[in-house]
Design a protein around this ligand. Structure first.
Ligand code: NAP
Ligand code: GFB
Length: 319
């Protein structure tokens, strides 16, 4: 039997971290030679190198899944680009440098399909990360995330370390961040329509509803993270996204959410609000080469599960 892996998940209390913990409850995905430690900011503020070293000394990870980040939707990014840049630069350099200094064998960091060049050909693929400036709305987050890819290259070229990264499209699911101002679109609309239904208000969708997105269910992404941990051996990043054909408009996803909430009021489009990137269509061809038969949860099913999780867990959901 291969030696025990001690896997620390930074950002373990968030949307993606909670999904990994959930998937590991399934005997099909659990491994006896793996010990998992899920961290939140209460365990250590990863912007502080002293706290990072202390938590690494405590847990002595052999592997790290690095999810911790300042994360938010379009409007949070637009309002706080400098904070997104600085906080994520600090977190990422501390986690990567401490991983190297303490002999962590493998680190899997997390980029995003929203960090690619704004002016680009489609579909986007892994080779295009640095081919031009990102969309203005989230330049801070984007440059911080792009530097992870540069850092990984440095740790490989100078020290032979196999530190890599995944590039998810937009993620949603249970345990999301439902804050009405700062969240991503799906949790934001779930929360907004839930409240509107209770008060008999109309449901407001911000922007034109025309932008296109690929959405991956957090539980599917979690399964792909386990595969990357166990079987993906490249330093080069890999896009973890649903197929291009599964790209949907914001309005279509808003309608799906309203239907699942039994919300009958008409949806209002507030076109005074920003649309952000019109699209960021990503290719998952590299993933499909490795996992040609991976089955993504159909969007309708994933949205239905996410809406019912929120309704059943309203009191404890992050809002
Ligand atoms: P999330 O739900 O906002 O969770 C963020 C996590 O990071 C939480 O566990 C949080 O801890 C932790 N964290 C934040 N600041 C910290 C700090 N200073 N020190 C220690 N921990 C800190 O985020 P998510 O959606 O799961 O995202 C996980 C990863 O996926 C991120 O790297 C994100 O960039 C990436 N990603 C997300 C999406 C998406 O649509 N959600 C898309 C592409 C990529 P607390 O719980 O204590 O606050
Ligand atoms: O998930 P989201 O906020 O971020 O989606 P992005 C924004 C799109 O949804 C825009 C529309 O077209 C918004 O006009 N929208 C409609 C709403 N109603 C709402 C609402 O109530 N809340 C929100 N948030 N949007 C992010 C990046 O871009 O993608 C982040 O800024 C991150 O850095 C994330 O990487 C994955 O998909 O536009």
């Amino acid at each position: 039997m291969s030696s025990t892996k001690r896997i620390v998940v930074t950002g373990g209390s968030g949307l993606v971290g909670k999904a990994i913990a959930k998937v590991l409850e399934d005997p099909e995905y659990k491994r006896d030679n793996e010990e998992w430690i899920f961290l939140s900011s209460k365990d250590a503020d990863l912007r502080n190198p002293v706290e990072v070293k202390a938590i690494f000394d405590k847990h002595k990870p052999t592997h790290v899944i690095h999810l911790a980040a300042m994360v938010g939707g379009l409007f949070h990014n637009m309002a706080k680009n400098l904070d997104f840049l600085r906080n994520n630069l600090l977190i990422n350099d501390n986690v990567l440098n401490t991983s190297f200094e303490t002999g962590v064998i493998k680190v899997i960091s997390c980029l995003s399909t929203c960090i690619f060049p704004d002016k680009t050909s489609y579909p986007i693929d892994e080779t295009m990360i640095h081919n031009g400036p990102p969309h203005d709305s989230n330049f801070g987050y984007s440059y911080a995330k792009r530097l992870i890819d540069v850092q990984n290259r440095g740790y490989f070229e100078q020290h032979g370390k196999k530190y890599t990264a995944v590039i998810p499209c937009n993620v949603f699911g249970p345990w999301d961040n439902y804050n009405l101002k700062d969240s991503h679109v799906i949790p934001g609309l779930i929360h907004k329509f839930y409240l509107a239904k209770k008060c008999g208000d109309v449901g407001t969708v911000m922007g034109t509803g025309k932008p296109l997105r690929q959405f991956i269910y957090s539980l599917d992404l979690a399964k792909l993270f386990l595969w990357v941990l166990r079987d993906y051996d490249e330093v080069a990043p890999i896009i973890l996204s649903v197929d291009e054909k599964d790209e949907v408009s914001i309005k279509a996803v808003a309608d799906l959410i309203a239907t699942n909430l039994g919300f009958e009021q008409p949806l209002k489009l507030d076109e005074t609000k920003a649309d952000g990137q019109y699209k960021k269509t990503a290719s998952n061809a590299k993933l499909r080469q490795y996992l040609p038969d991976f089955k993504f949860t159909p969007l309708e099913e994933a949205i239905a599960e996410s809406v019912s999780w929120f309704v059943q867990n309203y009191d404890k959901a992050r809002k």
